[in-house]
Design a protein around this ligand. Structure first.
Ligand SMILES: Cc1cc2nc3c(=O)[nH]c(=O)nc-3n(C[C@H](O)[C@H](O)[C@H](O)COP(=O)(O)OP(=O)(O)OC[C@H]3O[C@@H](n4cnc5c(N)ncnc54)[C@H](O)[C@@H]3O)c2cc1C
Length: 410
């Protein structure tokens, strides 16, 4: 018998599992897939907490500011390489080169330093999929209009065969290469040569102006904060290096997912990825067993408590038909707006707020009732009702706060 079973191993489920394990609980995470974190850019958005915590039924209003802050602090304790402070957002570059705000940002992605730069060099790894140097350059020229922007193409011999055969190289392929022994040496050489060239071209700097204060390098897709080898290489470079976020799947999101799994396992947690919970058994107001299909057979797991972290429509936690929507594991009642969509493409889309309504301890509520349906089941992350990650910009915030809270009170 497990102390707790988490169903769904995305951001919210893994945070819940890690927190509960840290508190000495024996935890099992069962996950059908890898979760939407692997598609995200790896930065954490909390949105306008002051406003959202006043919105009726919003998860922030239910959990309260203290819990949202605890979620943020907890994540930073797990990942000290993430910069950010409460409601003091950082700037990151989108995959097309526009700056945008985000709350918790892997150290290397903070683009604040570009504001002062007079010379910005954009590294362009050749043949990199979904990376558009000319478009990015044009955008950077508009945003950092006082800086000279240059593209610096980089061809990696190891990918020659790929390029010659027309095979595109993903950001993740490059990210893996740079952290290999050969890749790290190559990166060191590339950056050494580039900084020398930049030092020569800026030898006319006015007195008191150091090269590092007026020049910067943009490097896509290193995800350096997840690699001690890469951190070591970048530390030796005398210029600031700014990484960009990437189109999905991004290296930062994928390495963050791997790092979360490692932390959970290091605390003694067990992880079963690739198989979904098909059925759940209850007695009275308590869930006691989940059933998964493995190699054609039903396998059962029992626990004292359960955390449902199956995501929304995207994660598989909500299944939608032409006219109805269902919570896919426990058959819990869902909040479903009367009208699902809005003809204004970029406007509010009501279906985004579909989800399970909960009490302040994240226990699911019966439809139209404030009584928890089950005493030992908690709902976290995207499956919660009454929030819209795209308009509220709080996908990371809700997942971290609810995951932390569920792990804390399990
Ligand atoms: C493309 C994209 C970009 C994003 N960008 C950002 C961003 O820049 N900043 C930000 O803050 N947030 C961003 N988000 C949102 C953020 O990533 C999500 O809010 C967060 O990851 C949700 O986590 P979750 O754990 O609740 O759900 P998910 O990540 O969806 O995980 C749910 C997990 O449950 C599993 N599952 C489903 N059904 C079952 C079952 N029956 N049995 C077992 N397992 C099951 C799924 O396979 C999946 O692994 C982005 C999301 C997407 C999709």
């Amino acid at each position: 018998m497990w102390d707790g079973i988490v169903i769904g191993g995305g951001l919210s489920g893994l945070i819940a599992g890690i927190r509960a394990s840290e508190k000495g609980k024996r935890m099992l995470v069962i996950s059908e897939g890898v979760g939407s974190l692997t598609y995200s850019s790896g930065v954490m958005d909390f949105g306008d907490v002051e406003r959202l915590k006043e919105e009726k039924n919003h998860p922030y209003a239910l959990m309260g500011e203290t819990v949202v802050r605890a979620g943020m602090e907890y994540f930073q304790r797990l990942f000290p390489d993430y910069q950010g402070a409460w409601q003091n957002s950082q700037q990151v570059l989108t995959p097309l080169g526009s700056p945008r705000e985000a709350d918790l940002v892997p150290t290397g992605l903070n683009a604040g330093v570009l504001q002062k730069a007079k010379e910005i060099v954009l590294i362009a790894p050749e043949g990199m999929k979904d990376f558009f140097p000319e478009v990015i350059k044009a955008k950077l020229e508009r945003v950092y209009s006082k800086a000279k922007i240059e593209i610096y193409p980089v061809a990696v011999e190891a990918f020659d065969i790929w390029r010659n055969s027309g095979k595109l190289i993903t950001g993740m392929d490059y990210a893996k290469y740079w952290r290999s022994d050969q890749g790290a040496v190559n990166l060191k050489n590339i950056l050494g040569k580039l900084t020398e060239e930049m030092a020569c071209s800026s030898s006319g700097a006015t007195s008191g102006e150091k090269q590092g204060e007026k020049s910067a390098i943009i490097f896509p897709g290193l995800a350096a904060c997840f690699s001690n080898v890469l951190k070591g290489v970048l530390e030796e470079v005398p210029l600031p290096i700014v990484e960009m976020t990437a189109f999905p799947p991004s290296a930062s999101g994928q390495f963050l997912y791997e790092a979360l799994k490692q932390k959970f396992k290091a605390l003694g947690g067990e992880l079963l990825v690739g198989t979904g919970v098909k059925k759940v058994e209850f007695q009275g107001k308590r869930c006691h067993t989940v059933i998964v299909k493995s190699k054609g057979k039903d396998v059962t797991f029992s626990a004292q408590s359960f955390i449902l972290a199956t995501g929304g429509i995207f994660g598989g936690g909500i299944q939608v038909g032409p006219k109805d929507a269902n919570e896919s594991v426990m058959g819990l009642p869902l909040y479903v707006p009367a009208q699902w969509t809005n003809s204004e493409f970029l406007g509010e889309q009501p279906y985004a707020k579909m989800g399970v309504e909960v009490d302040p301890e994240l226990r699911p509520l019966a439809a139209g009732n404030q009584e928890p349906l089950f005493d030992n089941v908690r709902i976290v992350g995207r499956l919660l009702a009454h929030w819209d990650p795209w308009l509220d910009h709080c996908g990371g915030g809700v997942s971290l706060a609810s995951g932390w809270l569920a792990g804390e009170i399990l």
